[in-house]
Write a protein that binds this ligand. Structure first.
Ligand code: FUL
Length: 461
């Protein structure tokens, strides 16, 4: 009752057009690359000699080919990690590719990657660490000017930049001081330079950290978050809040799940045998994209400047497993909206367009049924909401019946959001009914309801 009353007073946040487009990107690659690739470190101190950065065969075309083969929609690169080394010849640093031996100081990773991404139709994103363990002005107000200038530089030279990634880590710089970042200034600047760039951080404004680095969103995952009183980094919302969002949260800030294909974020040869398998990645897909979040999978280039063979093999395996959820494989059924005595066919629920579907006005009295022409074995259901007017579903139950109307299995869930994948033990049923039992707002816009039979080893563990 309380939820209902709160809901009535609640101004439902909605995604901006940029966020709507972001939700469609679903799965993309993260690439950690820099001096750490060559020194074996995860957090460089910023005092590494620039000569260490010297990839022998760097090829951003190969990165993009692998990303495409994996079915990823973009690449976000560590243009600068905490060690301060810039993968482009920045005018605001003396710790860059220009000072390295790579291509006699004439190379520019951002230039090559942004061009390759454009060519391959991949989104191009940038991680630009605010924490800088090399820059002499770090820890003083002058560093905020440096960081702002750096933003201007990368947006001017390598844009369009689809997503800007603001990491929460903030340690000491070379002079032992911590920086007080002028994030309001940086945010305003990015909006001016590139209004359609998606800004990621613990508190958005456009997309949020999911609260862990294991690629797992909450089974309850609201796209809404309350940010008042919270800061980026150490003053961020509690990790469980980031994991589930806030029901009735004031801002639309959906979750992005970052995780590495290897134990570390950077390439280390000794981890070549520890690359996550296609099946493990599929499990992560169920727990990120299958819970309405986006998946940002880190695949770090090696010391050659190439994606290692083991990583690309795992990615291809992952892509093949995701074909199990290709719309063409959905189990043939008819979809019907059941409302009072009215029955209406809603074939739009069965197509791949997550924007057209059916409006459910009164959840308590209406439900949607999938009917199979003959008893059919399934172990997976895909549900989706059209989020353009906000996120509605707070609780639902899927009921699987046999041809005599006997209930065989109930699967309960909370939020649906952009996409919800539910797996369960294979069940031979004639009908699946979705009952929505709690909502934040009315009406619910259901965009998809599809049944699948996955190989048994793909069921969520
Ligand atoms: C963390 C960083 O400190 C790690 O090095 C890595 O970049 C990860 C994605 O974010 O906060």
């Amino acid at each position: 009752m309380l939820a209902c009353c709160t809901g009535l007073l609640y101004a439902q946040p909605r995604p901006t057009a940029t966020q709507q487009a972001w939700h469609q990107q679903e799965f993309y690659l993260f690439m950690h690359f820099g001096p750490n690739t060559f020194t074996g470190k995860e957090w460089g101190h910023g005092d590494e000699k620039t000569e260490v950065f010297n990839p022998t065969a760097l090829d951003t075309e190969q990165w993009c080919r692998v990303a495409k083969a994996a079915g990823a929609t973009g690449i976000i690169i560590t243009a600068k990690h905490h060690d301060g080394f810039c993968l482009w010849p920045s005018a605001y640093s003396t710790h860059t590719v220009r000072e390295s031996k790579w291509r006699n100081g004439k190379g520019d990773v951002l230039k090559e990657l942004s061009a390759s991404c454009r060519k391959w139709g991949l989104k191009f994103g940038v991680y630009l660490s605010p924490w800088d363990r090399n820059h002499p002005s770090y820890g003083t107000p002058a560093y905020n000017d440096v960081y702002a200038n750096t933003l201007k530089e990368i947006f001017a030279n390598y844009g369009p930049i689809w997503e800007l990634w603001w990491d929460g880590a903030n340690g000491e710089g070379p002079n032992g001081k911590r920086q007080v970042y002028d994030f309001p200034r940086f945010e305003k600047l990015v909006r001016q330079l590139s209004p359609n760039t998606v800004i990621f951080s613990d508190i958005g404004p456009d997309t949020r950290w999911v609260g862990n680095e294991s690629g797992i969103a909450g089974t309850t995952n609201w796209n809404t978050l309350d940010t008042a009183g919270f800061q980026r980094g150490q003053g961020g919302p509690p990790t469980d809040t980031l994991n589930s969002g806030n029901r009735y949260g004031r801002h639309w800030i959906p979750a992005e799940c970052d995780v590495s294909i290897r134990p570390g974020w950077f390439y280390h040869a000794e981890e070549d045998g520890k690359v996550k398998s296609g099946e493990t990645l599929f499990q992560l897909y169920l727990k990120s994209v299958g819970r309405g979040a986006n998946l940002l999978l880190n695949v770090p280039p090696d010391t050659r400047g190439l994606i290692h063979e083991n990583d690309s093999a795992a990615l291809v395996g992952f892509a093949q497993l995701r074909q199990q959820l290709d719309g063409k494989r959905q189990l043939a059924a008819t979809a019907t909206l059941l409302q009072h005595n009215i029955k209406k066919q809603v074939t739009a629920l069965l197509d791949q367009d997550l924007k057209t579907g059916v409006q459910i006005a009164l959840p308590a009295v209406s439900s949607v049924a999938l009917d199979f022409a003959k008893p059919t074995t399934l172990n997976c259901m895909l549900l989706a909401e059209d989020l353009r007017q906000g996120q509605a579903v707070a609780a639902f139950t899927l009921k699987l019946y046999d041809d005599k109307g006997e209930l065989l299995r109930s699967v309960a869930g909370t939020t649906i959001g952009q996409k919800r994948l539910l797996t369960f033990a294979a069940t031979t049923a004639s009908r699946v009914v979705l009952e929505i039992t709690d909502t934040n707002k009315l009406p619910v816009q259901l965009a998809s309801m599809q049944a699948y039979l996955l190989p048994a080893q793909l069921v969520e563990k």
